[in-house]
Write a protein that binds this ligand. Structure first.
Ligand SMILES: NC(=O)c1ccc[n+]([C@@H]2O[C@H](COP(=O)([O-])OP(=O)(O)OC[C@H]3O[C@@H](n4cnc5c(N)ncnc54)[C@H](OP(=O)(O)O)[C@@H]3O)[C@@H](O)[C@H]2O)c1
Length: 337
């Protein structure tokens, strides 16, 4: 049931976990980019429970909580380092003292090396399994240079493989052609089918790591049109690229779409969250969703999806027929890149 990352021999569970929400509060260009308060003890318990349930793949970034997410993940897995696969990201410049991330980026060789060393320290490890460029809109020149540096870090054993977090299928294809990258991380969920990107990953043997697989929690079904998230939560922030929530409220059109496919997603005793993951596994064998979490209870529900497997092809077609005219293809272009 396990998969490998791209063409490497790094084995990962079909489900990973995203560690943005457990990073705690920080700001991006002065706007809250965390997910409200966090409890590190609870985050660590949740990660350890995930490992006990067979999940071995964890995605973080040096930007999440400006390093705090990496520290918490490092603490949680240090006794079982060889059993887990750690993916982290670099590229956005930040200030650890003020907990600020700036829209600016740096992917120069010296910066990447320094960022990698800092991530290794926070993660309490001497290698990163998958090192991802966080900045989706690099120029060709920047990409060439970043690939060269990543190849060097891999030769030196600081990283085992590398990938790119980008929404742009054309750039991803270029990356596939000129690198030995293992994965592309990109947004994908039942409300946002990105056929072009999935096709690039499948054609080039790259793992498609799916971020926001629950549409930032909207697909859990726990929100109604009156739900309001605080402005300390990224979903209540003023970031334009937050697609599924506006001013802290779930976008009604997305709630309606969820209702339209609820019955199919919850077939075979799946919860909505489990159905949303099953849709991704049905979408592509290259797909590895990395839902975010804050509690052990959430992790138990997420991990419970694995045994139920993908939706059937008939169910996938049914969902496509219901949502197709509306499937969201617009990209998070306003996110600083
Ligand atoms: N590369 C990038 O630019 C990028 C961008 C976005 C995300 N990511 C990565 O992808 C990961 C996941 O994406 P995401 O954080 O945007 O959102 P997501 O996975 O779509 O949604 C995660 C949120 O859903 C809620 N949730 C999770 N399990 C639940 C359950 N069982 N029942 C009810 N609610 C549940 C939790 O929020 P609450 O409990 O707070 O409601 C959780 O934080 C991130 O952690 C990060 O690693 C990367």
């Amino acid at each position: 049931m396990n998969k490998t990352l791209g063409k490497t021999n790094i084995e990962v569970s079909p489900l990973g976990l995203g560690c943005w929400a457990i990073g705690g509060q920080f700001t991006l260009d002065g706007i809250p980019d965390g997910w409200g308060e966090v409890n590190d003890k609870e985050s660590i318990e949740a990660i350890q429970a995930a490992i006990a349930m067979g999940i071995n793949f964890f995605d973080t970034a040096d930007a999440y909580g400006v390093g705090h997410s990496e520290q918490v993940l490092g603490q949680a897995v240090k006794e079982r380092r060889n059993e887990v696969v750690i993916a982290t990201k670099f590229g956005y410049t930040n200030n650890e003292a003020t907990k600020e991330v700036f829209g600016r980026h740096d992917v120069s060789p010296a910066y990447i090396r320094q960022a990698c060393e800092r991530s290794l320290r926070r993660l309490e490890t001497d290698y990163i399994d998958l090192y991802q460029i966080h900045v989706g809109g690099l120029s060709q020149e920047e990409m060439n240079s970043a690939i060269e540096t990543l190849n060097r870090l891999r030769e030196e054993g600081m990283i085992r493989s590398y990938g790119w977090s980008t929404w742009d299928a054309a750039r991803a294809e270029q990356f596939a052609l000129q690198s030995e990258g293992a994965a592309i991380q990109h947004p994908l969920n039942v409300l946002r089918g990105d056929a072009e990107m999935v096709s690039v990953c499948e054609r080039y043997g790259l793992t498609s790591i799916n971020n926001s697989p629950l549409a930032m929690g909207l697909l859990s079904g726990k929100f109604n049109p009156d739900s309001k998230l605080p402005d300390t939560d990224v979903r209540g922030s003023r970031h334009e690229w937050v697609t599924y929530f506006k001013e802290g409220k779930p976008v009604p059109a997305f709630l309606n779409k969820l209702e339209a496919v609820r019955e199919i997603l919850t077939s075979d005793n799946r919860t909505l969250v489990q159905g949303a993951l099953a849709w991704l596994w049905g979408r592509s064998s290259a797909a590895i969703p990395i839902p975010g979490f804050k509690t052990r209870k959430q992790v138990e529900e997420l991990a419970g999806a694995v045994a139920r497997g993908p939706l059937s092809q008939e169910q996938m077609v049914e969902i496509e027929e219901i949502l197709k005219p509306d499937i969201v293809l617009e990209h998070d272009r306003s996110r600083p890149q």
